[in-house]
Design a protein around this ligand. Sequence first.
Ligand code: GLN
Length: 549
Amino acid sequence: MAKYIFVTGGVTSSLGKGIFAASLAKLLQARGYRVTIQKFDPYINVDPGTLNPYEHGECYVTEDGAETDLDLGHYERFLNINTTQANNVTTGRVYQTVINKEREGAYLGKTVQVIPHITDEIKRRMLLLGQTLEYDIVITEIGGTVGDIEALPYIETLRQIRWELEEHDTLVCHLTLIPFLKAAKELKTKPTQHSVKELQTIGVRPDILVCRTEMPLTDDMRKKLALFCNVDRRSVIQALDVDTIYAVPLEMQDENLDITVLKKLQLSAEKPINLDKWREFLDKMRHPKGEVHIGLVGKYIELQDAYKSIHESFIHGGVANNCKVIVEPIHSEYIDEHNVEEKLGHLHAVLVAPGFGNRGIEGKITAIKYVREKGIPFLGICLGMQCAVIEYARNVLGMKTAHSTEMDAKTEYPVIDMMEAQKKVRNKGGTMRLGSYRCDLQKDSLAEKLYGKEHISERHRHRFEFNNKYIADFERAGMIATGKNPENNLVEIVEVPANDFFIGVQFHPELKSTVDAPHPLFTGLVKAAIDYKSGVKKAADVKKAAVRV
Ligand code: GLN
């Protein structure tokens, strides 16, 4: 049977429970255990797919097409494993299941209540992955903060699971904040004591305290925390602020977190830990040989979390090239033809981000025209790819009013159009083209060179697509569809071979980049940026795409 580790959070939100869970999982994986992580979110949305990125950051899509919390991205990037629909559960999904069962008559005659019906459903889902025999350890992150009304059923379920299973089969790590009071020049333990008390009133005693802090904890403080929070001394783990999330597993190892956890779960800690690759990654990240500036053109740039996976993929792609990538977020809403040079002229590459709706769309198109004509390396993702198609139609093919029917339903040239399968879709939640689909790459295309193979599969999240009616016009004019879905011929990749690096992809490569396996499109874009910067491929040499329409 699998062992279950629960991660709760106290005092405030945003303490980095996801990063902590991923780091602990990494340490246990590096000791040879098969680990997975799941997240339980206490909001009523059935999944975060309908949330604006400003609300909850990026929506992360899994191989099996689940729209999930961005923490699953951290899990995959740290562990190099795939997660699934089962790894992210929300209160909305739990209630939906229970209410559907009630309508089917599964509880006939009974009053359906939070306890036991909702907690039983939470329990079923919490234990599920551990019963597949695929994992030795399942880590469950409980979203929100202990004390929140909506987190209560989760903590109660956790209490029941602990009561039902053997003592050494479960473990609770409580992540908490030790604030530093500048005026008093002191770290304070009281908020932690209160949040542990809060947990204990619900009947859960944490085994391990993970203390987020700006300053190192003194021995006396560790002793005090242990005494008043009812844990042993070794179980007070210091989590100092660090320069990068990728340093957290090693910081946790220095605190002997893995050994303490394994002992408590009565699992062997004899196998030596192997984190060589991870250390090498961190070392390269901290000592880059050069740097490039890459623009990230999008409309949610005020919030880093909105493009989380893209930022992380740039880190992976940078390390693979021994190069620091300085990502310059550029708000697409404020780009126009008068300021585009000033905003993008100094960049070594540009990525145009995914997105929905009309806001900022013209700025994206203007940015793409500029980088295409200048020969600045370009990667367009999803809406970014669609904008590249619209730009090419307008400025090279002469279809001045070309657009996507998402923005202009009546456009004369619908070069991006709604997918046939989407036309009858009425509900918004979970109905896009989601998850992993196959794609065949054209021989000798840029894509095939970057991937080093002809058949790939990538994750999707969209309703609109390249309109195949125009494919011949585009190809004659120099924009080539170099990646297609083998089943239905959907265009997945477009390139302009006249440029050294101009590629748009309908899928989301950022969702598959990990520390162990940086994504070839990001590695390739960073490499192209380095070349562009060093002048190996001069912008002035860019051959204008031959227009033969
Ligand atoms: N809005 C576009 C579509 O639905 C692109 C989506 C995206 O960028 N993820 O097709």
